[in-house]
Design a protein around this ligand. Structure first.
Ligand code: FAD
Ligand code: MLT
Ligand code: ZN
Length: 480
């Protein structure tokens, strides 16, 4: 089938207005960090699962590949088309209904294009909590969260998107529908297809709807901001927080001084506390099942012990909701502050918590020796062993030329260190196309071979988000 004939078919399926081929399509064709810009054959915006299935079938029959897209906030260049003007971007944004809430079963079923914040709000309206929480929650979608197995700032207590998901409705590469919207906590009827598709970044199937776990809303929530002298001390504080708060510990974020200096520079009205006096700060959240007073007493005891043992040099407990929000706003502004400073070499790594201090000390030194003056934007979800260990050009060095010269060397150096410490090169953002070439160097070769076999079996024509996660054009990892 010719491309014009396919476009006619798509228009007939969805209506003229929902097959975009002209005008400014940059919102769909450019990635969030503006690293890359592609050109789509068309952007299609189906309204329901049947339309998604029909579009996928039509494209598969025509041999045209599809790039599923939610909020396009992904950070690994996985949700935009390539430059060939031959791929169809399938935007799920019109599929944004919360289909059902079952308070007795503690579940919510929503369509893939539901913006994360809308899911959180729907749960809140029902008096319950949907705990997934990310800096991009005002624009990322539930489908994108599941396709990337997003993490965020509450994982230490509630887990990743994967742990929050009970059932999925999926459109296959052939345009069939898997009706898997179960709210069951237990279901051992064979292979776990839900978990296969979660984290597959649009390469195995298109998520059209999901049933997610809800939780009772904590009776009280308290946030604290602590200055810590070193990464080692942040890890000691984490251990103390586990001991003192147990399951009430819902957030534990570490932020390096340079990361906070960027927030201070680009968002001066946020008034970052304590950052000038300490190499690292930690943001802690205590979600209590009892009362605000109980949460405060728990926090005070924790921080007293931390001050006595010198793993904290100073700390502030938020006095009210607005101060707590400001603390979170500061943490979540680091990504935007970096974007305003200019592109850096971004890493999203995972390490055993016990190895993080040694990793940072050794890798900081290696990077300084390799590129003197390099600036580390080191921050992240320390409670989960997940660092955003980003490398910014030395002061005065142009970001673009720094990336052009050093990106692959710096990646190799950091990923080799991650491997030595038995970590992972992607904790939460995924592989996309940015890490496609790196993955085979660090993934177990047999596991990678299984991944390729699964991709070939479920998507034999290779039309679902090709060039992302795994390449199927070779069976030999060394050939990349
Ligand atoms: P998109 O960017 O549109 O897509 C991401 C990937 O999923 C692509 O491969 C796409 O093809 C695929 N996809 C999208 N929808 C579907 C679907 N319905 N079915 C199948 N495949 C699909 N990530 C974290 O894990 N933790 C964080 O704390 C975090 N914070 C962020 C903060 C900011 C400011 C930004 C910009 C990003 C952040 N991210 C974070 C990264 C990003 O992964 C998440 O924002 C989110 O999970 C992506 O959702 P999205 O709807 O924007 O997906
Ligand atoms: C975060 O934790 O803020 C996100 O994962 C985004 C980022 O890495 O910049
Ligand atoms: Zn993160």
């Amino acid at each position: 089938m010719t491309k014009p004939a396919l476009l006619d078919q798509l228009r007939a399926l969805l209506g003229e207005a929902f097959v975009l081929t002209e005008g400014d399509l940059s919102a769909y064709e450019q990635d969030w960090r503006k690293r890359s810009r592609g050109k789509a054959l068309a952007v299609v915006r189906p309204a329901n699962t049947e339309q998604v299935a029909a579009v996928v079938k039509a494209c598969a029959d025509a041999g045209v590949s599809i790039v599923p897209q939610g909020g396009n906030t992904g950070l690994v260049v996985g949700s935009i088309p390539d430059a060939s003007a031959s791929q169809v971007v399938l935007s799920l944004q019109r599929m944004n209904r919360v289909r059902a809430i079952d308070p007795a079963n503690l579940t919510l079923t929503a369509e893939a294009g539901c913006v994360l914040m809308a899911v959180q709000q729907a749960a809140e309206t029902a008096g319950l909590l949907f705990p997934l929480s990310l800096g991009s929650e005002g624009s990322c979608t539930l489908g994108g969260n599941l396709a990337t197995n997003a993490g965020g700032t509450q994982v230490v207590r509630y887990g990743n998107a994967r742990e929050l998901c009970l059932g999925l409705e999926i459109v296959t590469a052939q345009g069939e529908i898997i009706h898997g919207l179960t709210g069951l906590r237990k279901d051992n009827t064979g292979y776990d297809l839900r978990n296969l598709v979660i984290g597959s970044e649009g390469t195995l199937g298109i998520i059209t709807s999901a049933t997610m776990k809800l939780y009772p809303t904590p009776a009280a929530k308290l946030t604290a901001w602590a200055a810590v002298p070193s990464v080692e001390d942040a890890v000691k504080l984490l251990q103390l927080a586990h001991q003192h708060l147990g399951a009430n510990l819902t957030g534990f974020e570490m932020m390096g001084q340079f990361a906070l200096s960027l927030v201070d520079k680009h968002f001066p009205n946020l008034r970052v506390p304590l950052w000038q006096q300490t190499p690292y700060c930690v943001l802690l959240e205590n979600s209590d099942t009892e009362t605000q007073e109980h949460a405060r007493t728990q926090f005070e005891r924790l921080l007293e012990t931390a001050l006595e043992t010198s793993c904290v040099s100073d700390a502030v407990i938020a006095e009210n909701l607005s101060q707590a929000r400001n603390f979170w706003h500061i943490r979540e502004s680091i990504t935007l502050a970096q974007a305003q400073e200019g592109l850096n070499i971004k890493h999203d790594i995972s390490l055993p918590v016990s190895a993080i201090a040694a990793f940072v000390a050794q890798t900081d030194a290696l990077l300084q020796a390799h590129v003197p003056g390099v600036r580390m934007v080191n921050f992240g979800h320390l409670g989960d062993g997940n660092l955003h260990y980003n490398v910014q050009s030395p002061a005065g060095v142009d970001a673009a030329s720094f990336l052009a010269t050093y990106e692959s060397q710096v990646n190799e150096l950091v990923y080799a260190a991650v491997q030595r410490f038995e970590g992972s090169i992607s904790a939460e953002h995924g592989i996309g196309s940015l890490k496609l070439e790196s993955l085979p160097k660090y993934k177990d070769p047999t596991a990678l071979a299984w991944m390729r076999q699964i991709k070939r079996t479920l998507d034999p024509k290779g039309t679902l988000n090709p060039g992302r996660v795994v390449s199927t054009t070779t069976t030999n990892a060394a050939e990349y």
